[in-house]
Design a protein around this ligand. Structure first.
Ligand code: PLP
Length: 375
């Protein structure tokens, strides 16, 4: 075997660091903390990651099984069958859709496309925790705008914009608060932004919204060149498959397609995703279950000592009088096999985020919390 001889560099020993060094900013990133998972084999109920309590669409499961016969073949790289299904069901041009390995993949790609050293991205105080990570990963600076009562505040977001701002991230509804901005407020946010600033509307929970004054983001994308809507299948029963999608202007779709992984969505995900999109009855059923038990839980927990923040998503944010009481409630639920999400990393240590689960899970959560928190 022939080996290349190492080339010594004795002149300048300082030029050869002792180990590879990540780009500036990477080491400062606080890594994403996922919802606590149940121990394998345990009977615990996971209410910490906003997953579907009704499983996946039976049609998606069937499509996934079919894919098992074709595992040796690369998937079609542009996720065409999935984009066509999305286009058909949502009335969108498939050419302006990009699919990703979870919407997380797409959010990273967007930040990589539009943010760099010296740039700033604006996001709201309790916004989804992936936005700071992708901003710092791109070498840019995070600018947090304060919220008003756990809700994104358009005036504060606009006030945070500087000439260095290149992106604004808005989850609508937001995770972990569950609150949303009405269409008119999102339009006001967009109207206040320079046309060179990209507004990312992350509509991860769109399927669960019941507020009549909500708009998912399509209207704004259709009338502006600087808006993109990002969506996911994760909250609709397919979290394990990692499927996200975005709808944006042609120039942005072109930019993202240039840098995305050439086969970023695997074949079982493409087939199951397309089947899930077309299974609108299953989607509607999930929505009905969610609305019923979200309302029920909100009502059951609301008391003088507990506050449930009005939610448009598939979880609720419950606020306790103190962080200690929230921790105590978390432990009491855990002991009963109910895993919920603590929010210290979001700066809400007095809160717990609880996914809407089965009827049985909701009744047990309510009983335990109402027994734990002194009246
Ligand atoms: C869950 C969630 C996502 C989805 O991420 P995936 O990578 O698609 O699983 C995106 N945005 C928000 C606000 C979320 O809560």
């Amino acid at each position: 075997m022939v080996r290349a001889a190492p080339i010594p560099c004795p002149e300048n020993p300082d030029m050869s660091p002792s180990r590879p060094t990540p780009q500036p900013g990477i080491s400062e990133i606080a890594a994403y903390v996922p919802g606590r998972a149940a121990a394998p084999g345990s009977a615990a109920i996971k209410l910490s990651s906003n997953e579907s309590p009704l499983g996946a669409s039976p049609r998606a499961i069937e499509a996934f099984r079919h894919a098992a016969d074709k595992l040796e073949i690369y998937p079609e790289g542009s996720s065409r069958i999935l984009r066509e299904a999305l286009g058909e069901v949502h009335g969108l041009d498939p050419e302006r859709i990009v699919c990703g390995n979870g919407s997380d993949d797409l959010l990273h790609l967007l930040a990589q496309c539009y943010l760099g050293e010296g740039d700033q991205a604006v996001m709201s105080q309790y916004g989804f925790s992936v936005y700071p990570i992708i901003t710092q990963a791109a070498g840019a600076q995070i600018i947090m705008a304060p919220e008003a009562d756990f809700t994104a505040d358009v005036d504060a977001l606009l006030a945070a914009v500087t000439e260095r701002t290149r992106m604004v991230f808005l989850a609508n509804p937001n995770n972990p608060t569950g609150t949303y901005l009405a269409a008119a407020e999102v339009a006001r946010l967009h109207a206040g932004l320079r046309s060179d600033i990209l507004l990312v509307i992350d509509s991860a929970y769109a399927e669960y919204v019941t507020a009549p004054d909500y708009e998912v983001g399509v209207d704004l994308v259709d009338r502006a060149e600087n808006v993109v809507m990002v969506r996911t299948f994760s909250k609709m029963g397919l979290a394990a498959l990692r499927i996200g999608w975005m709808y944006g202007p042609a120039h942005l779709v072109d930019a993202v397609n240039r840098i995305r992984g050439p086969f970023n969505v695997n074949l079982p995900a493409q087939l199951a995703g397309a089947a899930a999109v077309r299974d609108t009855e299953f989607t509607a059923q999930l929505g009905r279950h969610n609305a019923q038990w979200r309302d029920w839980l909100t009502e059951a927990l609301g008391s003088n000592r507990l506050r449930v923040v009005a939610s448009q998503a598939n979880f609720v944010l419950v606020l306790f009088p103190s962080a200690d009481e929230a921790d105590g409630a978390f432990e009491a639920l855990l002991k009963a096999g109910l895993i919920v999400r603590q929010l210290g990393v979001y700066g809400i240590p007095q809160g717990l985020r609880i996914s809407v689960g089965s009827e049985e899970a909701m009744r047990r959560v309510a009983a335990i919390l109402n027994a734990t928190v002194a009246p």
